[in-house]
Design a protein around this ligand. Structure first.
Ligand SMILES: *Cc1c(COP(=O)(O)O)cnc(C)c1O
Length: 464
C-alpha cells in the first residue's frame, strides 16, 4: 500500500501531460491544479481503502478523465437549469415563469454592452429607469401612472411606507394571508411603519366593519388577494367598488395587493375568471400592485399601477432606491409586456400562459410524442405509460383551478419509484417529477418538446 502512495504522479509531472495542457488552455492553470489536487486526494483515499495493484493501474489509465471530470464539477454553476416535470406551471421553487428566446436575445443585447437605462436619448441628459415601462403599463392597464420594483413584496412595503407610515391601515381578517417564503401581511405592514387595524372576521367582513374602524388616523384600506387559499361556505368580503364612498367621505386611499395580477381575461381560455388589473383600476382603486413572474409570465418584479400623484410620491420614497429593479428585469419585463398589446400574441409567446391554456388534446398528443421518443431511444428495462394527470397553476394563483393534463409514468425493472425520482433529480440536467401511486411520473404540460432529448439523456445516465 505504501508502495502505491509513492507511485502516485506528482503535480509537476501531471501539469505537462498533453491532455492536461489542453485543459489548462480551456480553464486556466490555477483551476486545473485544484482539480488535480482533488483527484490525487481521491486516489489516496482509494489506496487507504485497499485499492489493489490492478485497480491502481486502471485508475492511472483513467487519470486524465478523472481530472477533467473534477474540473467540470468545479466549474459547474450551482444555479442550474432543470426540467420541470411536476406540472406546476408557476413553480416558485423552480424559478416561477420561464421567458422565451426572443426576450433572452433582447436581454443579452442590453447586458452585453451599455444601454440608455438612465439616459434620455433625445435630450442627452440623465433619464429615469422607470420611464421604459411606464407607457406600456399605462397602455395595457389604463393606469394614470406606473412603476416597477424588485418584487410584489417590495411593492406592498413601498406603497404602505409611502401612504401610511405612522398611520393606520385597515385590512379584513379574512385577508391576513401568508404567502410562501414568509411574506405575511401583518409583518409587511409593521415593517412599513404603518399600524394594521384588523376588521371583520375570518369568514365575513362587511362594509360597516371598515366604516366603524375609520378614525382620523386612518390612511388607507388595504385589500389583499387571498391568492393561495379560499374560504368556502358562509363568507362575505367587500368589493373595492363598494369601498369607494369610504374614500370620498373619509379621504382615505384604497390600496389593492392583487398578488398574481392578470392582464387579460383568462376565462376565455378555460381558466377561472380573475379580475384584471384594468378592471381593478376601473373600480376606482387608487393603487394596485402585483408580481411580474406569476400569471403575468415575465421576470421577478413588483408592478405598481395607479394614480399619478401616488406613484410620484412613491418614486420620492428613499426605500425605492433600495428596492429598484435592474436592467435585466426592465428589459425582460418590457419585452413581455409588449406581447400584451395583442392578446393572442401574449398567449402564444409567453410560456406561462401558453402552458396554462394548452388543451387536453394537445397535451395528450405531446405525451404520446414523448412516449414514442423514449421508446425509440434504445433504453432497456424501462416501461413508459401514458397517465392522466392534474396540473396546478402554482405560485398561489388560481388555487381552485383543476387543469386536466397528461403525462408519462416511467418504470424500471428492479428499481423503485423513489430510486428513479432521486436518479432523475441527480442527472446532469436534473429532471424533477412526481411520484403518483408508486410510479415516477412527469406531467407534459411543463415540459417543452425541445426537452425530450434531455429527459432521454437523464434516463441513459441513470446508474445501475
Ligand atoms: C405572491 C404574492 C405576494 C408576493 O409577491 P412576490 O412577487 O413573490 O414578492 C404578495 N401578495 C400576494 C397576494 C401574493 O399572491
Amino acid at each position: 500500500m505504501a508502495n502505491l502512495f509513492s507511485q502516485l504522479p506528482k503535480m509537476d509531472e501531471l501539469l505537462i501531460r498533453e491532455k492536461v495542457i489542453l485543459l489548462i488552455d480551456g480553464y486556466s492553470r490555477k483551476t486545473v491544479m485544484e482539480a488535480i489536487r482533488i483527484s490525487l486526494d481521491q486516489l489516496r483515499q482509494m489506496i487507504r481503502d485497499g485499492l489493489t495493484e490492478e485497480g491502481f493501474s486502471h485508475e492511472m489509465r483513467g487519470l486524465d478523465e478523472r481530472i477533467a471530470g473534477n474540473l467540470e464539477l468545479l466549474w459547474e454553476p450551482h444555479l442550474k437549469r432543470v426540467i420541470n416535470g411536476t406540472g406546476v406551471v408557476i413553480h416558485t421553487n423552480l424559478g416561477r415563469s420561464p421567458v422565451n428566446s426572443e426576450i433572452l436575445q433582447q436581454m443579452a443585447a442590453i447586458s452585453q454592452g451599455y444601454s440608455n437605462l438612465e439616459y434620455a436619448l433625445e435630450e442627452g441628459t440623465r433619464g429615469s429607469r422607470y420611464s421604459h415601462l411606464e407607457e406600456i403599463l399605462q397602455r395595457i392597464t389604463g393606469a394614470e401612472s406606473a412603476m416597477v420594483v424588485n418584487n410584489n413584496a417590495a411593492a406592498v412595503l413601498l406603497i404602505l411606507s409611502t401612504l401610511a407610515k405612522g398611520r393606520e391601515v385597515l385590512t379584513s381578517r379574512g385577508e391576513l394571508i401568508e404567502i410562501g417564503g414568509a411574506f405575511r401581511i401583518p409583518d409587511v405592514c409593521e415593517q412599513s411603519g404603518a399600524t394594521l387595524i384588523e376588521v371583520g372576521t375570518t369568514n365575513k367582513t362587511h362594509l360597516r366593519d371598515y366604516e366603524n374602524a375609520i378614525s382620523e388616523n386612518t390612511a388607507a384600506v388595504l385589500k389583499v388577494h387571498t391568492s393561495n387559499y379560499r374560504i368556502m361556505g358562509f363568507t362575505e368580503a367587500v368589493d373595492t367598488k363598494e369601498m369607494m364612498h369610504l374614500k370620498e367621505s373619509h379621504g382615505i386611499y384604497i390600496i389593492e395587493d392583487l398578488g398574481s395580477g392578470v392582464l387579460i381575461d383568462l376565462s376565455k381560455y378555460g381558466l377561472e375568471y380573475e379580475p384584471t388589473v384594468r378592471d381593478v383600476l376601473e373600480r376606482g382603486v387608487d393603487v394596485v400592485s402585483f408580481s411580474g413572474d406569476k400569471l403575468l409570465g415575465g421576470p421577478q418584479a413588483g408592478v405598481i399601477c395607479g394614480k399619478k400623484e401616488i406613484i410620484d410620491q412613491i418614486k420620492k420614497n428613499p426605500l425605492t432606491r433600495a428596492l429598484r429593479v435592474d436592467k435585466f428585469t426592465i428589459s425582460a419585463l418590457e419585452s413581455t409586456l409588449r406581447y400584451y398589446i395583442d392578446e393572442e400574441l401574449a398567449i402564444r409567446q409567453i410560456p406561462t400562459l401558453h402552458m396554462l391554456v394548452a388543451t387536453e388534446q394537445q397535451l395528450r398528443e405531446r405525451a404520446e410524442n414523448l412516449k414514442a421518443h423514449l421508446e425509440g431511444a434504445n433504453l432497456s428495462g424501462f416501461e413508459f405509460n401514458l397517465l392522466e394527470m392534474e396540473s396546478e397553476v402554482g405560485g398561489g394563483s388560481l388555487p381552485m383551478c383543476r387543469l386536466l393534463s397528461y403525462g408519462l409514468t416511467v418504470e424500471r425493472q428492479g428499481h423503485s419509484a423513489n430510486q428513479l425520482e432521486c436518479g432523475m433529480r441527480s442527472a446532469k440536467i436534473p429532471v424533477i417529477g412526481r411520484i403518483i401511486k408508486d410510479r415516477f411520473a412527469m406531467d407534459i404540460r411543463t415540459i417543452d418538446d425541445a426537452e425530450f432529448e434531455i429527459i432521454e439523456q437523464a434516463l441513459k445516465g441513470l446508474g445501475d
